[in-house]
Design a protein around this ligand. Structure first.
Ligand code: ADP
Ligand code: MG
Ligand code: MG
Length: 211
């Protein structure tokens, strides 16, 4: 696959929503270990609303399904992560418009997302947040896009692996943001729930693209 149509984007995001809703217990368990245990609930609430929006509307621009999902998450999730996951899907407010998405356009979308997540949340790599999964995923997408030889499915698979490794690496970090911050070194050995969600998001996109 070289480009995604509007319908492809809509279906891919529906697959993400389904995967996140199915991961509710896993995400709550991760958040129970070093937070307040509600991360899976917020994600389920947000992505249930997002799936309804994706199933309802007709979309005529490939960026609009991303923006719709982001807006849904921002208005329904709550918690520290609601706005950040919303921004992850929304990208930047000054978004582009296009009928199809190439790997380069998808990459630029997530580069804007990463910049905006970091601007709003102020976290950097190593702070034990979702940035630890998002940043390597976006870096991987950029490498694939620049190589000019990688299709969307392989690029998303590589990004998902990078996100998963990044999430795993959070086990070795002390948290500088969110509820786990107060735990200090007691947070060591546990994965950051938001980073775990981010890895699941990229894995769902890669699985969809390979189907
Ligand atoms: P809450 O902590 O309000 O209960 P959630 O449980 O839904 O919210 O989400 C917690 C996740 O939010 C963390 O695991 C982390 O990945 C992410 N997070 C929290 N604060 C920040 C931040 N400033 N920057 C990036 N991610 C953050
Ligand atoms: Mg929580
Ligand atoms: Mg909470």
């Amino acid at each position: 696959m070289r480009v995604m149509t509007v319908e492809d984007v809509r279906r891919m995001l529906l697959a993400v929503a389904e995967r996140i809703v199915a991961s509710q217990n896993l995400l709550c368990a991760a958040d129970r270990a070093i937070g307040d245990g509600d991360h899976g609930l917020g994600m389920r609430r947000g992505f249930t609303a997002a799936a309804e929006r994706l199933e309802g509307d007709g979309f005529d621009d490939a960026f609009v399904p991303f923006r719709s999902v982001g807006d849904c998450l921002i208005s329904t999730m709550g918690g520290a992560s609601g706005v950040l996951f919303g921004v992850l899907f929304r990208g930047d407010v000054e978004a582009e418009s296009s009928h199809t998405l190439s790997l380069d356009e998808l990459t630029r979308h997530f580069e804007r997302s990463l910049a905006e997540v970091c601007r709003r949340g102020r976290a950097q790599t190593g702070d034990k947040t979702l940035v630890d999964a998002l940043e390597p995923a976006v870096r991987s997408l950029r490498q694939s896009a620049d190589s000019g030889e990688v299709g969307l499915a392989s690029a998303l698979r590589a990004a998902a692996s990078a996100a998963r490794s990044g999430a795993e690496a959070t086990k070795g970090y002390v948290a500088r943001f969110g509820k786990a911050r107060t735990l200090g070194e007691r947070a060591l050995g546990f994965v950051d729930p938001g980073a775990l969600s981010t890895a699941i998001v990229f894995e769902a996109m890669a699985d969809w693209a390979e189907d």
